[in-house]
Design a protein around this ligand. Structure first.
Ligand SMILES: [Zn+2]
Length: 440
């Protein structure tokens, strides 16, 4: 059995208060894992975490992380593209390349996001994406038990040495059922009502891979659409919406559980009409995405969000194709955006409207720490909370029974290395040069 023991000076586990919700934990009576272990160790068997402990490891570790902090791999619920690629164009080689490289930023699972497009174009993109997601999914053991030994193919490398890409957790469709008044960078000509036919067409096209749908609950037919989508297993998120607080509450009543990029593209908080923002923060049924690049939302306001809704904020990058790339012209939703020069500056449409971000998830986490959010709370917002929101309790935590997707944050909380299913993928060189692949 492939076994890996990692010891680290610091571990943030992001583990839930009890481990009962872990589907594959061997022992249902496993005691809760503490939030922080200094030092600690993680035992990985067959791609799964089987033991987590505080103090000295039980034997000489295979890896020893002498600085920084080991965290779960990041889970990004809203990413339009990266490294020059726009996911909505659905190209196999492009998706593979981004999935191979996203772990450089600490992200080990992500939900490719398509913004508003004409409905036939969206259904075509979803059909292609559904095929691609099934094709790119790595085969791996479904439990902590060892996989049956495979007959060796002459000349083929052992499977454990093939680098694993980041996991693709279905698609997030943002629009077209949104409000032009809060449309942001979306093309308002393509916005439309969520009729049963339109919603059904998207669900059919996605073949079970429509993970998140962002819509405006004030559009005619939206409450029925929210019920239908929720019952079909899609997480409904309120976004690009001019809804009043009462309408957002109705959306939650119908099954909506998320608010898309809190503060951006929605009715703001007014003390007599709380709007989308006020309801998102006050309603315990709702968890909000937050783009913590300090351009989409000012630094003190990101801290306000964490303070107002503890455990109900998820960090998202909302990254566009320009992320990880030099300044220049790129696409979002098939239309041009420009990434201006400057550190942390977001891309814009020709009219100056913000159009996605160029954010890395490790930077989002360190930004939140810089405004006073505790490291465990910031890490949980990038790991366990988003994983739980989309019903993946096997991801986003360092606890027995979870998949061994791990990120090592070094100086400045930048990702130094990541492991997917216990396999080390990426290591920043000591001189801080471009990341390089490393299989172990
Ligand atoms: Zn948006």
């Amino acid at each position: 059995m492939a076994e890996l023991l990692i010891a680290a000076e610091n571990i943030v586990t992001a583990a839930p208060p009890t481990s009962r919700d872990l589907p594959t934990s061997r022992d249902p009576a496993t005691p809760p894992v503490p939030d922080v272990l200094s030092p600690g160790y993680v035992l990985v068997e067959n791609g799964w975490i089987t033991a987590v402990g505080e103090g000295e490891p039980p034997r000489t570790p295979d890896e020893y992380l002498d600085h920084g902090v080991l965290t779960p791999g990041f889970v990004d619920l809203q990413v339009n593209g990266y490294y020059g690629v726009e996911f909505e164009a659905v190209d196999e080689a492009d998706w593979q390349m981004v999935a191979d490289r996203l772990p450089e930023t600490g992200t080990t699972s992500f939900v490719p996001t398509f913004i508003t497009a004409p409905l036939p174009q969206l259904t075509d993109a979803l059909k292609a994406a559904a095929r691609l997601i099934e094709q790119l999914a790595p085969t791996e053991p479904a439990t902590t038990e060892p996989a049956p030994t495979e007959p060796a193919t002459p000349g083929a490398p052992p499977r454990s040495t093939i680098p694993r890409p980041a996991r693709i957790l279905g698609v997030h469709v943002e629009g077209p059922f949104i409000n032009p008044v809060r449309g942001g960078a979306h093309n308002q000509d393509w916005m439309t009502d969520p009729t049963p036919e339109a919603v059904g067409a998207l669900l059919d096209a996605a073949q079970g891979h429509l993970t998140i749908m962002t819509l405006a609950p004030e559009r005619p037919g939206a409450l029925a659409a929210i019920r239908h989508l929720s019952q079909s297993g899609t997480l409904v998120s309120v976004g690009h919406s001019d809804a009043r607080a009462s309408q957002v509450a109705e959306a939650a009543e119908a099954g909506a559980r998320m608010v898309t990029h809190l503060f951006n593209g929605q009715r703001p908080l007014h003390h007599r009409e709380p709007g989308v923002v006020g309801q998102a923060l006050a309603d315990p049924r709702l968890t909000s995405g937050l783009i913590a690049d300090f351009s989409h939302v000012a630094a003190p306001v990101t801290a306000i969000a964490f303070a107002a809704a503890p455990g109900r904020i998820v960090l998202v990058t909302d990254a566009a194709a320009c992320a990880g790339m030099p300044p220049g012209e790129y696409l979002l939703g098939g239309q041009p955006i420009e990434l201006p020069p400057g550190d942390g500056v977001p891309p814009v449409r020709p009219d100056g409207t913000l159009a996605g971000s160029a954010l890395r998830m490790d930077v989002a986490v360190s930004n939140m720490v810089s405004v006073g959010v505790s490291l465990p709370a910031a890490v949980a917002a990038a790991t366990r909370i988003p994983a739980d929101l989309i019903g993946r309790p096997d991801l986003g935590r360092i606890a027995p029974g979870a998949r061994a997707d791990l990120t090592w944050l070094g100086a400045g909380l930048r990702a130094e290395a990541t492991w997917l299913a216990g396999q080390r993928l990426h290591q920043k060189s000591p001189k801080g040069q471009q990341g390089q692949e490393e299989a172990s």
